[in-house]
Design a protein around this ligand. Structure first.
Ligand SMILES: Nc1ncnc2c1ncn2[C@@H]1O[C@H](COP(=O)(O)OP(=O)(O)OP(=O)(O)O)[C@@H](O)[C@H]1O
Ligand SMILES: [Mg+2]
Length: 245
């Protein structure tokens, strides 16, 4: 079952065809990699799918587990079961690491439920997720004092507590040390095991090969190739244009 579809999606920025007639069909409970050279439109696509920027034409259809089909509108990403991380990490720098998680948890609760939940329950949940991503020891630090890699892990933790169905990660592995890469890889694979869908923007082909079920290769806003990692990474055009081999 497709959980997310786009049809002839288009976005221009003053003459730049950032996304140019893009049609995607993303199956539920898969890890889909979107790859392509710098400036090929990957982040623009994520911005559109999460309703952060409007698109010019085409359609975006998000299907939740009850088969409801709706067209996405700006600023509705959470209600459609989507969450994302940013290529340039976005956190509340002046808040503690744990408070960065708590603001997401409490917001979620306001939207999803009228039931009162004790503050301690939120704190427990925040601690749990921080342990999962390996930065629990930093829970009382201000977010701005974290290392680059720890910031990325905190942003991923913030996405995880939204309990979204579709996770869009914009280069989550970039600049991470091997141990952190392993952690993120484990998290992404774990989401799929739980039936979640992951859209992974990534430049590192080893990661893409290891994790993804399906790959879309973008070039100048269009699709250069699609298929399984085996198909795409053996495609001569892709190898020449993108992998340089
Ligand atoms: N807000 C904007 N205003 C004008 N042009 C933009 C804007 N956002 C993106 N672009 C342009 O759209 C094109 C696609 O950019 P985008 O950031 O989506 O690429 P990308 O594939 O994510 O690249 P990278 O791998 O470097 O992150 C580029 O030419 C970029 O300069
Ligand atoms: Mg980008």
């Amino acid at each position: 079952m497709a959980i997310l579809k786009t049809n002839k999606l288009t976005k221009h920025f003053e003459g730049v065809h950032a996304v140019d007639g893009l049609s995607l069909n993303i199956e539920k409970a898969t890890i889909v990699a979107i790859v392509g050279p710098n400036g090929s439109g990957k982040t623009t696509l994520v911005n559109i799918l999460t309703g952060m920027i409007p698109y010019d034409s085409g359609t975006v259809i998000v299907s939740d587990t009850t088969h409801r089909l709706k067209k996405i509108k700006p600023y509705t990403m959470y209600s459609y079961g989507l969450t994302r991380t940013f290529q340039e990490v976005r956190l509340f720098d002046q808040m503690s690491v744990r408070d960065n998680i708590l603001v997401v948890l409490t917001k979620r609760k306001v939207i999803q439920s009228f039931f009162e939940t004790q503050k301690s329950d939120y704190t427990k949940a925040a601690n749990k997720i921080l342990q999962k991503v390996g930065i629990w020891e930093k829970r009382n630090e201000l977010a701005k004092n974290l290392s680059y890699g720890q910031r990325k892990l905190l942003e991923i933790a913030r996405a995880l507590v939204t309990q979204a169905e579709i996770f869009l990660f914009d280069e989550p592995f970039a600049g991470l040390f091997p141990e952190m890469r392993k952690m993120v890889s484990h998290i992404v694979a774990g989401l799929k095991r739980k039936g979640k869908t992951v859209i992974l923007i990534e430049h590192d082909m080893d990661v893409v090969r290891e994790l993804s079920d399906y790959i879309y290769v973008m070039d100048s806003g269009r699709l250069l190739a699609t298929g399984t990692p085996r198909e795409v990474l053996s495609n001569k055009e892709v190898r020449e244009a993108y992998l340089g081999t």
